[in-house]
Write a protein that binds this ligand. Structure first.
Ligand code: PEP
Length: 261
């Protein structure tokens, strides 16, 4: 890809990013209540970048609720690896872009597990998103068995390497999310030190691939909540959070945003 084709037009990433992954939750009524509560709670300036990632069927609704406001960006939970055509059920990067989607989660462990997404699929999806001007939030993370077998470093580096390999110089345009699988939705969080250690490994891997590695935001995800956010976000290589369960409750999500601001 040319330099132009992977540019998401992103500013320098000095602010933290807090992104809410709603997963397969919500309804027209619940989404409206949640978005209104978030906009009310945020006031003028959030002090960090904020995104919400509803199920794709609700992207248009949430886009309308967010209005022209830049306070909360819209994200998708996935993007097709195909550009267009006979791929029933898929949603392309260009379609997401049509609805003002700025971020797309790619390679979430739930998709790797339930939809058999491989490292190669994830790398192609990242390429599709970047080509459409969407910032992919690339999820990597080890299972509990892999951590206990001492394989954390090998696993996360392998997952990120596939993305780097296919996306070359565009790699500085991505967001990475370190999400230990054993911490997702379990209430069990990585300690700040455990998370920082993996984030530092990922940062080093990015530095070997690009001299712009310091602009790549590396988010932590896995049972981040109002109580543990501040200590995780204080780590030098934790540049934000990808939040599942706690992003569905406005007071909790707002507390995490406040901790990042
Ligand atoms: C996630 O799904 O990306 C996630 C981090 O979930 P939770 O915060 O619920 O662990």
């Amino acid at each position: 890809m040319s330099e132009k084709s992977c540019s998401t037009g992103g500013k320098r990433n000095e602010e933290k990013l807090i992104a809410g992954n709603w997963k397969m939750n919500g309804s027209l009524a619940a989404n409206e209540a949640l978005v209104r509560a978030l906009l009310d709670g945020l006031g003028g300036d959030a002090g960090c970048d904020v995104a919400v990632c509803p199920p794709s069927i609700y992207l248009a609704q949430v886009r309308a609720l967010l209005g022209a406001s830049e306070r909360i960006a819209l994200g998708a939970q996935d993007v097709s690896q195909h550009e267009n055509g006979a791929y029933t059920g898929d949603v392309s990067a260009a379609m997401l872009r049509d609805f003002g989607v700025r971020y797309a989660i790619v390679g979430h462990s739930e998709r790797r597990q339930h939809q058999a997404e491989s490292d190669t699929h994830v790398a192609i999806k990242v390429q599709r998103a970047l080509a459409a001007g969407i910032t992919p939030i690339v999820c990597v993370g080890e299972t509990l068995a892999q951590r206990e077998a001492g394989e954390t470093e090998v696993i996360v580096k392998r997952q990120l390497a596939a993305v780097i390999h296919l996306n070359g110089h565009c790699i500085s345009e991505i967001v990475v999310a370190y999400e230990p699988v054993w911490a997702i939705g379990t209430g069990r969080t990585a300690t700040p030190e455990q998370a920082q250690a993996v984030h530092a490994l990922l940062r080093a891997q990015l530095r070997a691939a690009t001299d712009r590695a310091d602009r790549v935001r590396i988010l932590y995800g896995g049972s981040m909540n109002a109580a543990n956010a501040a200590s995780l976000l204080a780590q030098p290589d934790i540049d934000g959070g990808l939040i599942g369960g706690a992003s569905l409750k406005a007071p909790d999500f707002l507390s995490i945003i406040a901790a990042a601001s």
